[in-house]
Design a protein. Structure first.
Length: 80
């Protein structure tokens, strides 16, 4: 009977050690997940900012094209 109690005690000690190890692994996974989420948020914000900049550049490009057409028309009125 004493041997059975010792065996159970050893098994419980192993279970406790494994539980602590698993807890450490879970905490690591949670930390890495939080870092990954922060990276995704930052990437998303950068993408939105880039998208806004591209829209602004496209608008400016269209405006410059219109101005070039108007200037071409005005210059075309002069005859050499």
């Amino acid at each position: 009977m004493v041997q059975s109690i010792q065996a159970v005690s050893e098994h419980l000690s192993e279970i406790a050690a494994n539980s602590q190890e698993m807890n450490g692994s879970i905490e690591e996974i949670a930390s890495v997940s939080e870092e990954a989420a922060a990276g995704v948020e930052q990437t998303s914000a950068s993408a939105q900012q880039s998208s806004g900049s591209m829209e602004e550049v496209a608008g400016s490009s269209e405006h410059l094209a219109k101005l070039a057409e108007e200037l071409n028309e005005l210059v075309g009125r002069f005859k050499l």
